[in-house]
Design a protein around this ligand. Structure first.
Ligand code: CA
Length: 234
């Protein structure tokens, strides 16, 4: 959790997905991004990357072009672009101009060549975030009947009354509200709210949902149980 000094409000760390099969590079990026107050989800293959992107509403993805397996970074980029404008930075080999050009043509927002300075990567991320943040401004307050969720102030009110939610309860509710109508499995919710480094039980999700419903009182039916699958909001 980071406190923005300009507004003195608590904000959710922004999620960045790092898709890189070299654990040294991936860990290095993770280290620097966390220091810069991003939340990082790491993975090493395209299949897992698609699951994480679907589950975690990331702000940006960093894709290594040279991924082992059936799908390399360019193929993954192509697939992401079929239905998403998620900001993407490619990691390319130093001299591979063709990869870079291909990447930009396929819709990457930027690229950075290996070996790179992690500080430069953070600077590029901030630049892209500035360019895309205007789009998000208008979506910082979500309203559903008399339920109001302020994503920046992390405040939830029901009929004008403040509701006290624990941090993870808020994260869950905000995630659902930003993805109205989407069914999430418990595992997807664990991935997106608790992250890859959390090893626990799917019942954790049920416990949190129960708490949220209790606090939403007569709006509790906004959170639907989809039997055998998971949960849906709205
Ligand atoms: Ca690689």
């Amino acid at each position: 959790m980071a406190i923005d000094s300009n507004t003195a409000k608590i904000s959710t760390p922004k999620t960045v997905i790092v898709v890189e099969d070299d654990p040294n590079i991936s860990d290095l990026i993770d280290l620097y991004l966390r220091k810069a107050d991003y939340r990082v989800l790491q993975c090493n293959n395209a299949k897992r990357a698609k699951e994480l992107i679907a589950a975690s509403n990331p702000m940006l993805a960093i894709l290594d072009i040279g991924l082992a397996g059936d799908e390399d970074g360019l193929e993954l980029l192509k697939q992401i672009r079929l239905n998403s404008s998620l900001p993407i930075i490619l990691l390319t080999a130093r001299d591979d101009e063709i990869d870079r050009i291909m990447g930009l043509e396929l819709g990457a927002d930027d690229y950075i060549s290996k070996p790179f300075s992690p500080r430069e990567l953070v600077a590029r991320i901030k630049a892209i975030t500035r360019r895309t943040s205007d789009k998000h401004e208008s979506q910082q307050i979500l309203e559903f009947n008399s339920l109001r969720i302020d994503l920046v102030a992390r405040e939830v009110t029901l009929k004008g009354q403040n509701i006290q939610l624990a941090a993870k309860e808020f994260d869950l509710l905000a995630h659902f509200a930003q993805n109205k109508g989407v069914v999430f499995s418990r595992q997807q919710l664990l991935d997106s709210i608790w992250g890859d480094n959390w090893f626990g039980d799917e019942r954790t999700v049920d416990v949190h949902i129960r708490q949220i419903r209790k606090k939403l009182s007569d709006h509790s039916d906004l959170l639907h149980t989809i039997w055998g699958v998971g949960y849906r909001f709205g």
